[in-house]
Design a protein around this ligand. Structure first.
Ligand SMILES: Cc1cc2nc3c(=O)[nH]c(=O)nc-3n(C[C@H](O)[C@H](O)[C@H](O)COP(=O)(O)O)c2cc1C
Length: 274
């Protein structure tokens, strides 16, 4: 089996057979090889890694080049320990040497406006928060791609939104700044390698010319529950399949681990969301 067809098998399980051969390129292969890493060695990153990753982040597109994002690099063990506690005790935050906190940041634009005595009323609207959040996410994903190219592993930490007020206090973020998520970066522990997690069949997410809701659920999901179940079993995880995992994660406000109060937290950070 060629490298790209084994990657397709890993990404789609039996549904790899529904696809034509993909175009061959080392960057495509690297992107298809993505897996979240949660077991790290604790040794430091090579020098200049942080600056390299941030240059990759800043190379992402940015809506109107407004660059409504910033990042806090957290390397101190003490702060990573505190963030781990705030994020539901995720051990990888303590283990890996670097956590990047990605921020939706309109405070820079506000400072510019104050300095130039100009108005920035557009920042009061929901779209500005969305713009800043999208900018932060695109920057972060460039870091993931760059880190993986360097042989490093990453895990996003959405759980930094569980207790936003405490995270804001710890990172000393001013008004107009909200921590969207963290990204842990380190050397993957070779003794506990991560695996590629299969995704939905392409037919579930790809629509041609117009959105076409599938006629029935089995045709939408195909064998995906079984494919993901086999992955879960291979990783020693509880075999839920995908349907059950989705329903469990989205059951009620309680499954949001505090994020059900996010709109208040975002407004408290100075975003009006009009
Ligand atoms: C915005 C975002 C937040 C996430 N938050 C967490 C998190 O707090 N803890 C964690 O272990 N994984 C987190 N993840 C990782 C996802 O669980 C992971 O990407 C998903 O299960 C798919 O697995 P894969 O990345 O290995 O393909 C997050 C991913 C994203 C995109």
């Amino acid at each position: 089996m060629s490298q790209s067809s084994s990657l397709l098998q890993a990404r789609y399980g039996v549904h790899a057979n529904d696809l034509p051969p993909l175009l061959d390129h080392p960057v495509i292969e690297q992107i298809l090889s993505h897996r979240t890493v949660r077991q790290f060695r604790s040794d430091p990153l090579p020098s200049n890694t942080l600056e390299t990753l941030i240059a990759a982040a800043q190379s992402a597109p940015s809506s109107s080049n407004l660059q409504l994002w910033s990042v806090v690099a957290v390397q101190s063990q003490d702060k990573r320990d505190q963030l781990a506690t705030l994020a539901g005790n995720q051990a990888h935050i303590r283990q890996a040497p670097l956590l990047l906190a990605f921020l939706a940041d309109v405070s820079r634009a506000q400072r510019i406006a104050r300095h130039q005595q100009r108005r920035v009323e557009a920042l009061s609207y929901l779209d500005s928060f969305l713009t800043a959040t999208v900018d932060a996410a695109l920057a972060a994903q460039n870091v993931v791609t760059a880190a993986e190219a360097l042989g490093l592993g990453t895990v996003y930490i959405g759980a930094l939104r569980n207790r936003p007020a405490e995270v804001a206090e710890l990172l000393e973020t001013p008004e107009g700044v909200f921590t969207v998520f963290g990204l842990v970066i380190g050397h993957p522990d070779p003794a506990q390698p991560a695996a590629v997690k299969p995704r939905l069949p392409q037919a579930s997410v790809l629509h041609h010319e117009r959105y076409q809701a599938p006629v029935d659920l089995p045709s939408e999901l195909g064998q995906y529950d079984a494919v993901l179940g086999a992955f879960q079993a291979s990783q020693g995880q509880a075999v839920l399949g995908w349907t059950e995992a989705v329903l469990d994660r989205l059951r009620d406000a309680g499954s949001l681990n505090g994020r059900d109060r996010l709109s208040e937290a975002v407004q408290a950070a100075g975003f009006e969301l009009r």
